[in-house]
Design a protein. Sequence first.
Lengths: 291, 327
Amino acid sequence: MTKSRRRRISAIVRYTVLTVWALIAFFPIYWIVATSFKIDTQWFAWPPVYVPNPPTLANYLNVWLGKEEYTTTQYAISSQKPLYSLRNSIVIATTSTLLAVVFGSVIAYGVSRYRILSDARMFQLLMLRMIPPIVVVAPLSLYYSALGLLDTMSGLILIYFVTSLPYAVWMAKSFIDEVPREIEQAAELLGASRWRTIFEIVLPLVRSGLVATFLFILILTWSEYLLAFILTKTEVTTLPIELSKYQGSTEGRVYGRQAALAVGITVPLMIVGLAIRRHLARGFSFGMVRR
Amino acid sequence: MTTLAEISAADRSQAASPREVSRARAVRRFRWSILAPLIALFAFVVVPVLFLQLYFSFHQWTVYLGTWWDAEFVGLDLFQEVFTDPRFGWAVVRSLVFSIGSTVGCFVIGFALAYLMHKPFRGQAVYYILFILPMLTVPIVVAYTAEMMLYQSGPVNDVISRITGIEFKPAWLTNPNFALTAVMLLEIWNWTPFSFIIMLAGLSAIPKEPIEAAEILGASRWRIFWEVQLPLLRPVIMLALVLRFLEAMAEFPKTWALFQGGPGSATETLPVYIFLTTWQYFQVSKGAAMCYLVMMLMIAIVLVAIKLLQREKRALDAMYAKPAERA
């Protein structure tokens, strides 16, 4: 009897604590979504407006489609182009991530089967990720301006490729390590070349792992701010930069518009993240923690 | 004494057949062709950048000087300038306070949540999804959401006032005493999911036998936690702390977008101060010297971290290898 009672108390404690944190975790996300549906008088009203009333699509129409006819106040936005940055973001994030996964998985295979990098070298590779980018970005921007890579998509793709390579190698290796070697030995006996073994046998076997790696790195490159902030000026803008530049010409705080833009940036990320939620721990720990 | 096996092995390597020689050569070529892109990246991206950084920390250069190879050699002057700059010292202190504070915060909350969730219960999947959402928001979006929520009569203060019944109105964004705390709380909100998923993965991977044995022997849950579970979790705990700390040292978007180092210099962490020096005051050389020092500091920290991680990874690999052997 006492035992069942204690169990019930512990269940109550558990649900209370978890629910409190769930509210804390979810409230800001709710707030930005709610703000994106508010009319302009409710953006920073007192007392705060918790439920947009009446809800409006004006913010989305204005930010993403450039329509201004729905609001009473004119919030002309200074020369911003979210759709253009959306295209930039998609091209930059997918290209650099794809490069990282392709090269990373081949390197990971080499490390796993041929030990082309020793354990110590593998950890040194992590330094590309562990040193804060701010300490190298100044010389990098000068180097880029000498090469003509400043403010270009190729420049950002290159540097994102470099910084996400450690994640790609480590995460892909954790998947490849789980593939039994007998299959490759059989392939070798049947006369397959080493490259064919990689691309036609091993990598297809870890396909779902590589997709997870790809999506995981996509999350990181999609939301990267500092490098894009410094290495681009006017020609290229990614979505996070677009958001940080987004201000009204007469009024600095255009919360509803910013919220509509922010929701647009975050929703794809959340979909991708939730799709690979079982692999997130592996990704963030460089494959050291598995489930 | 040499054993028979060793002799025959030595024999074989001396009298390698042409076929084996060509095979070894093919393997070597294969290894180098995999390594080549990596080496190229280091040679054409990493090394030139590090060289430039070194160059600028010994040469006085500003953007007004046109070509940067005209810069004057000044020896260690720039390093001296950085060392005697009290703002730099404070930036180091602030960065450490911010990183340690947010790392501990993330870890304590994340571990507590993971501990409450590592056994199955109804609604687990829903809580899991809600808990990882903050990690899946873009940092710059977190900054702007915070701006929309933390102004003095904003929803956060309003909700707290309503719950507690007290007038709760700290000016999070303009009071220098609260600003760094505000960024720290944001970082904790943003990255608690990281500690949570790592600890949850760790908790669900530790073997059940020792815990069951302790239960049979009548140990209290408290003792089981401290004396059985915690030691088994050490590698995962180290991993969660070290990786989070390193990421926090590099935090820039939230601090910058919300405060630009202000109010006053309350949120001037290392990344922010480096950014201000280089891109607002245009002291490229001083900035480079600062970067060089910070890089050395970070490399020292990372080397310690890597030593720790290397040890813990062996422990983790052993842990993951065991169930496979048993099966």
